[in-house]
Write a protein that binds this ligand. Structure first.
Ligand code: ADP
Ligand code: DP6
Length: 344
């Protein structure tokens, strides 16, 4: 019985220009290009084994066997590779999230980037990270960007073959992110559902698409010039616009809670008090992420802990792109997970 194994680690990413809306639901083609920062503090490790003795796919997440609904998502994703290669075998997928799952901290981004590289490795495929990102995209759009480290653009492309990620800058220049994890429980409205409802019902949506394109161009220029304040201003403005589209959907909804607003108020207070630039952004969940200079992070964290419980204030620097792990790395990862080093 033959077994072919691939193991990979992918880090999560937080969008600074949000992906919000699909123009093709089946192919995961976005309405607008987006840009993110990959984080070093949060990641997913995934091992894929094509095993001739299996009669169906199996999926373990965080050491627990998953429901048929979760398995189906994984099997459909694996089918993309099976169709591409003509492979017929079944797969055992084991994945460990070193990030809270489904809490708006982008577990689906690291999940499908890791799964894409692990599957390609098991199948012996030689693909560029760009090409691999077109596979990751079809598991979850935001995972497109996790193939690369630092600042990454997901170019909306003209079709499935060129809707892919490109590295913009490896963000070695003093960038940090503070995560105000006010609630790491499972979100009630999946990003997929929220964005579709917004596209269909918000009268503000066309303006979102138009202005996101302008924001992206300006942000890329700010990154090239290493203009942190401009980068942060565009980040905060773009994120707020995305959330304005949920309030203007019909019926309206929001991912924010009272705890979100309290965290936002703390950010405003601390940046004003210290005169330190810090800019917030939120995703499809209640948590607040704060973009700052890495060298200011210590001071900002101290200030934020005056207003929020210390355990809610997490930090990250810029992280690397997706990479292959060895079996020894995988064993070490299992030990780390069992020790509880997984943020939830
Ligand atoms: P998040 O903010 O964490 O990305 P989403 O609701 O967008 O939240 O995505 C969470 C979903 O992604 C989970 O319900 C699960 O279906 C999938 N997922 C999360 N982690 C993994 C993983 N390691 N491997 C495969 N799928 C995963
Ligand atoms: C608000 O990538 O989770 O985080 O493609 O349907 O899986 P699907 O959606 P997903 O949406 C992410 C939305 C966001 C913004 C972003 O990450 O760009």
């Amino acid at each position: 019985m033959s077994k072919r194994v691939g193991i990979a680690r992918a880090h999560t990413n937080i969008a600074l220009i949000k992906y919000w809306g699909k123009r093709d639901r089946d192919l995961f083609l976005p309405m607008n290009s987006s840009l993110s920062l990959t984080l070093d503090a949060f990641y997913t490790d995934t091992r894929v084994i094509f095993d001739d003795s299996l009669s169906a796919d199996v999926f373990y997440l965080n050491k627990e066997k998953q429901s048929s609904k979760e398995l189906e998502k994984i099997s459909q994703f694996l089918d993309l590779f099976r169709e591409y290669t003509g492979e017929k075998g079944f797969v055992c997928v084991e994945s460990l999230n070193f990030v809270p799952t489904a809490a708006g901290l982008a577990s689906s981004a690291s999940a499908f980037a890791a799964l894409a590289l692990a599957t390609a490795t098991a199948l012996g495929l030689e693909m560029s990270r760009e090409e691999l990102s077109t596979f990751a995209r079809r598991g979850s759009g935001s995972s497109t960007r996790s193939l690369f480290g630092g600042f990454v653009e997901w170019d909306m492309g003209t079709g499935s073959a060129d809707s892919m990620a490109h590295p913009v800058d490896d963000a070695a220049w003093n960038i940090g992110m503070i995560i105000l994890a006010v609630d790491t429980g499972k979100k009630k409205i999946a990003s997929r559902v929220g964005m579709e409802h917004t596209v269909q019902t918000s009268p503000f949506y066309p303006m979102w698409v138009e202005t996101a394109a302008q924001d992206l161009q300006e942000m890329k220029a700010a990154i090239i010039q290493q203009d942190f304040e401009r980068l942060g201003q565009i980040t905060e403005h773009n994120g707020m616009k995305m959330h304005a589209t949920t309030l203007s959907a019909n019926p309206p909804f929001t991912y924010w809670t009272a705890a979100t607003m309290k965290a936002q108020a703390a950010v405003r207070q601390v940046r004003e008090e210290f005169g330190v630039p810090a800019y917030m952004t939120m995703d499809a969940g209640p948590n607040v992420k704060v973009l700052c200079r890495a060298s200011d992070m210590g001071r900002l964290v101290k200030g934020l802990k005056e207003y929020l419980p210390a355990e809610q204030v997490l930090t990250s620097l810029s992280g690397p792109g997706t990479y292959i792990l060895s079996e020894a790395d995988w064993q070490a990862s299992q030990v780390a997970f069992s020790r509880g080093e997984h943020h939830d």
